[in-house]
Design a protein around this ligand. Sequence first.
Ligand code: PMM
Length: 271
Amino acid sequence: MRGVSRPIIMGVLNVTPDSFSDGGQFNDTALAIRHGLELAAAGAAIIDVGGESTRPGAAQVDAATEQQRVLPVIRGLRAAAPNAVLSVDTTRASTARAAVAAGARIVNDVSGGLADPDMLRTIAELRCEYVCQHWRAPSAVMGDYATYKDPVAEVRSELQQRLAAAVATGIAVERIIIDPGLGFAKARQHDWAIVGSLAAFTDLGCRVLIGASRKRFLSQPGDTPPERDLATAAISLLAAVAGVWAVRVHNPTLTVKVFDCGLIADDAGVV
Ligand code: PMM
């Protein structure tokens, strides 16, 4: 009998002054590159570079600012860690295009193509890997959209619609990775419902990624985001058991530890 496959680890590298999880600590190209290398050394096969905070209530930055933040880091990591697969966390087609030219192989779009009408067409043309996440509204207002009768069924069906739109635009289904978007237009009980039903997403026939790391649904009164790393690692193990392809985490070390308890190597490769 086959064991449980080991998901790939995507390490989070936020190059923003207002990231909720690292407090803007890596808002400097050299520091960000160094942290990217640390994430890779700690077990992240993919480094996800983002230049715009998606924390609840966060304001958007303009495309030029976003690109000034992420492009030098992608170029630097491309040179310093040629084996790391680089991903860009952006909802903008122009940033996706520039990041792929700079060396990113994955575009991680938390809006599933809804924020920028040019995104799906651009991805089809770039022929890169595409993370299509469940999304309802920009971060500044997403809390107003966290209403569900059946969160798992609704998120699944809305994701299916985005998947169909992506395929209809010419993105090969093999290049698409779906993500239920924990914390995006979701209250704590919605996130937990999704975590408890991950098989509803792995059943859709695409690779699945989840990003539970340090999110509010894992919080305890008065804690700090890094204090949620243990709970994050526990979710990584649940994700593995459900057949999730990759987990997006700030602290790969603890996730590697839980995976080392007996999970078999993933034979699917990264991308
Ligand atoms: N969460 C955040 C940002 N990007 N991308 C994907 N695919 N999935 C997520 O859940 C996700 C994401 C927000 O959290 P951060 O501030 O830790 O980056």
